[in-house]
Design a protein around this ligand. Sequence first.
Ligand code: FPP
Length: 251
Amino acid sequence: MKPLDPQKLPIHLAVIMDGNGRWAQQRMLKRIVGHQRGAETVKMVVEQSSLLGIKYLTLFAFSSENWSRPVLEVRALMTLLKKYIRQETARMMRKNIRYNVIGNRCDLSDDVNETLDEAIRKTAANTGMVLTLALSYGGRQELCRAAAHLAQDVVDGKLSAGDITTKLFDSYLDTGGLPDPDFLIRTSGEMRISNFLLWQLAYTELYFTNTNWPDFTINELHKALNDFQSRERRFGMTGDQITERGDLSND
Ligand code: FPP
């Protein structure tokens, strides 16, 4: 496989980690076993991304719609999440990784929120990769929350409707302060966005693989990143303009 060009890595990598359930069902195992194995893949991708120098990694760990799953699966996923965060915080400290969470945290139980708060507080001064977990997250819900917050600020006289620009709107999103993802990987063969980062993915390069998340390996990650490095990102401009500008920023 072609070696990766460290200058051309995505600054922000986002991942829809799909296929845990199918991985387990294909092996006559309970779905939660698939999630447990999926958590091992999370460890690998976090470690590799940080080693490669990727600045932001955002993982879709639990969607707003996932609350409709069987109660036992939701409970098991929340227990797994707490366990993962408690176990991994020391490693995050060693690797200088900072935790961040997006999504509607009001939906999460107190113990999950306490675990998240502790991990966020402990890693707050870390200056390496920012690991964002999307939990109880839905893109449409995030856009509604941002619009409601903006509307309230207009009502309160803090700004007027004419002040609303894409940059201002950006700052009202859960992802305010994070750059838009450059690259999105979705595993398990599904080719949809599934309500993930709807606003932020406007110019993101998309990559789909048939591999289920528990089977996603370092090699697969490098293959995906190689694919990213072969893409020409134009942000609505022509290829010649991009060559002349010699940069790839989307601002
Ligand atoms: C999608 O697979 C995956 C999820 C809904 C949860 C993702 C959770 C993990 C990878 C493990 C825990 C996370 C962290 C951050 C430690 P699916 O169940 O929808 O698979 P299916 O489509 O095959 O049923």
